[in-house]
Write a protein that binds this ligand. Structure first.
Ligand code: B12
Length: 253
């Protein structure tokens, strides 16, 4: 049955797929999968190559490439979930590649409901590098993931036993936010501030200043590039201005 599922996934143009039993999904900070999907038994994890767009210094092109991957990831998720339900008479729920995320003051949108990195590792699709990204055996660090949770009882694929990171430390040295200085932990706030300068923090600062400004100051503020960037972020979602840890990693370039 696993082969039939993988064959379907690869036929969609997805780069790779792996299967994890929920027993092997170990994400200490994430909610129990049973609270999301009572009766969940397995995770089908899909891996995609990030486009070379991430190498461009042009933010529109770089982020655009990520958006294509997110869109393809979402449509692949839908098709895989329907395949499991229609062809294998299973129940299936998709895990999105990024947002929607629980956005609150406490989580600041930094905690996903299902950790796709831990799911990918459990499904034999790679292991953690020094940059806290999962390195895939052939896609390297330029891999993004989605997943489908199902009540089909499937055995996990074998884990990648060989450590794929070479500890060259380039990711740590090239992180402009110093978000990777502490091993085994990404400083989310440092990463966010640098990689998403038009995220919620900027929106709060902009609108607070706007509310407190005079009419003249407000008129000036809406002509500022900050306003235009924030406006765009409001309808396209996250805009990444940094891909360094992913693009500069020599593994899989
Ligand atoms: C919110 C989010 C962010 C936030 C917060 C990160 C966070 N909390 O992990 C911010 C904005 C910082 C972020 C940044 C990036 N993200 Co992001 N992000 C997510 C998202 C949506 C949720 C993450 C999450 O909640 N994880 C669950 C929490 C509970 O995990 P955690 O335990 O805190 O994670 C830590 C441990 O795993 C620890 N760790 C590291 N090594 C080891 C080893 C062991 C043994 C253990 C136990 C733990 C451990 O490091 C992690 C980070 O601190 C996921 C998608 C998803 N649903 O999973 C993508 C995701 C993790 N992001 C991804 C990417 C690509 C990025 C960026 C490169 C952005 C970009 N420009 O493209 C950067 C990379 C930053 C980095 N080097 O860590 C990819 C990673 C793909 C991969 N190959 O691993 C994901 C999986 C999206 C996807 N669909 O593929 N992200």
């Amino acid at each position: 049955m696993k082969e039939k599922i993988k064959e379907f996934i690869l036929s969609l143009g997805v780069d790779d797929a792996g299967i994890a039993s929920v027993k092997d999904y170990k994400s200490p900070r994430s909610p129990d999968l049973q609270t999301i999907f009572p009766g969940a038994k397995s995770l089908v994890v899909l891996a995609y190559r990030e486009l070379s767009n991430c190498e461009s210094d042009n933010m529109q092109i770089a982020t655009g490439g990520r958006l294509e991957a997110l869109e393809f990831g979402r449509s692949s998720n839908y098709r895989v979930a329907r395949f499991l339900e229609r062809e294998l008479k299973a129940k299936a729920m998709t895990v999105p590649p990024s947002y929607p995320l629980l956005m609150s003051y406490e989580t600041r949108g930094t905690v996903g409901d299902v950790s796709l990195r831990h799911a990918a590792i459990a499904a034999g699709l790679g292991n953690f590098g020094r940059h806290n990204l999962v390195i895939h055996p052939t896609l390297g660090s330029r891999a993004v993931f989605t997943a489908v949770i199902t009540d089909l009882d499937l055995v996990s694929d074998p884990p990648v036993s060989e450590r794929l990171c070479t500890d060259c430390n380039l990711c740590v040295e090239d992180c402009p936010a110093h978000a990777l200085d502490e091993e085994g932990k990404t400083d989310d706030m440092k990463c966010l501030k640098n990689s998403q300068p038009y995220g919620i923090g900027s929106a709060i600062r902009f609108w607070t200043k706007f509310a407190e400004g005079t009419t003249e100051e407000q008129k000036k503020m809406v002509k500022d590039v900050n306003f235009w960037r924030l406006y765009q972020a409001g309808f396209i979602g996250f805009q990444y201005f940094c891909f360094n840890c992913m693009k500069n990693c020599p593994i899989g370039q």
